[in-house]
Write a protein that binds this ligand. Structure first.
Ligand SMILES: Nc1ncnc2c1ncn2[C@@H]1O[C@H](COP(=O)(O)OP(=O)(O)OP(=O)(O)O)[C@@H](O)[C@H]1O
Ligand SMILES: [Mg+2]
Length: 364
């Protein structure tokens, strides 16, 4: 096992930068997750660490060794892709053993290693089958097993579960977590899936357009996003963003006026421009009865019953370009299309972002 560290790593293709000045250090044995929109550079980072692609600037370290000039096969790294490839003519056992045999392992050493990994991944009963006789999820577990049985220093996983259906994905995710707890191999994991990122990660790296937006544990990213991009990317459904005008005492949102509480006025005293983007998560808006105090009024446009909870979409302004919010509520709250909702806002969880830079204005 080894730490992985990147120091100001860039990868350019012609004049465009796939990744730009990326620096972070994954401590030995930790599980880090890379997230961000399509094309933001996630796979490029993994490929540069694996040696399948090379940095055009900066240094890559595995352990204490700078590996920029080290060929991929000598980096002691295992990578698993979304589209894994097993050897179709070999049994599962032989697929798992292949890498070890190539490195000169003796059958007596290889056998117990395969048994351990196969049992951790729930594929022990499939060892005699050929890949064509397995489901997609089982094949994917064999691909993971084949990578991990070598006990590489570093494990790189690029959306390894995205081909699986929801239930298999949940199961395999849990197995991956156990596998990591058991073997403790330093892991970098790319995913589009919020749940995978939040449940697996020691630290999440949020990327956008080739640059790091923020690194933090899942709760920090959720509660203290550095900017509007992180705020709207982490969390599902995303944080509501309400473009507003601010005059030092109140926010104007469309044609509605929202008085700004004193502590918030103090926190915003350095923001002297009138334009501000307010941010509020769907769980921090509450639908209240007609006689109660409320902060905003919104017209219901979509009602989505999701079993335990109901997600309501509503427009705060009726203009051609309405400001839309999403609100969590319970099945007991009767909400119909076209209803005028009275919303209470939890000011303790209200965010303010600079509309130009995206910066979180309430972070010290
Ligand atoms: N060989 C290449 N030649 C030119 N541009 C490339 C090459 N490989 C990647 N890119 C560009 O680099 C950027 C980052 O690509 P990368 O594959 O790392 O994105 P990603 O975050 O993995 O996206 P996705 O979520 O869609 O897999 C993209 O804009 C992509 O078009
Ligand atoms: Mg990718």
């Amino acid at each position: 096992m080894a730490r992985v560290s990147l120091a100001q790593v860039s990868r350019r293709f012609g004049t465009t930068a796939a990744i730009e000045s990326i620096s972070f250090e994954v401590p030995d044995g930790q599980f880090w997750v890379l997230v961000g929109p399509s094309g933001c550079g996630k796979s490029t980072i993994l490929r540069v660490i694996a040696g399948l692609d090379s940095a055009t600037a900066g240094s890559v370290y595995i352990g204490d060794r700078q590996v920029n000039q080290v060929p991929a096969r000598l980096r002691d790294v295992a990578m698993v892709f979304q589209n894994y490839a097993l050897y179709p003519h070999m049994s599962v056992a032989d697929n798992l053993a292949f890498g070890l045999r190539m490195r000169g392992g003796k059958p007596a050493q290889i056998q117990p290693q395969i048994a351990t990994v196969a049992s951790a991944l729930n594929i022990a009963h499939l060892l005699d089958r050929k890949p064509g006789q397995l489901s997609g999820g089982q094949q994917q577990r064999v691909a993971l097993g084949r990578a991990i049985v070598r006990q590489p220093q570093v494990f790189l996983l690029d959306e390894p579960l995205s081909n699986l259906d929801a239930q298999l994905r949940d199961e395999t995710r849990a197995e991956l977590k156990q596998l990591h707890q058991r073997f403790g191999i330093t892991t970098l994991y790319v995913t589009h899936d919020q749940v995978e990122a939040m449940t697996l990660a020691d630290q999440i790296v949020v990327l956008n357009q080739g640059k790091i937006q923020q690194i933090g544990d899942p709760h920090i990213l959720y509660r203290q996003p550095a900017n509007q991009m992180v705020a709207t990317f982490v969390g599902n459904p995303p944080m509501n963003i309400l473009p507003a005008r601010y005059d030092g005492t109140a926010f104007q949102i469309g044609d509605q006026l929202l008085p700004c509480p004193l502590p918030l006025q103090t926190a915003l005293k350095h923001h002297t421009k009138p334009a501000i983007n307010l941010g509020i998560r769907p769980e921090h808006l509450k639908i209240v009865a007609a006689e109660a105090n409320f902060d905003l009024i919104a017209t219901v446009t979509v009602v989505e019953p999701l079993g335990r909870e109901v997600l309501v979409r509503a427009d705060i302004t009726a203009a051609a370009d309405p400001i839309t919010v999403q609100v969590w509520t319970t099945p007991n709250t009767k909400v119909r299309l076209g209803d005028r909702l009275r919303l209470q806002l939890d000011f303790a969880h209200l965010f303010g972002f600079d509309p130009v830079t995206g910066k979180n204005l309430l972070l010290a």
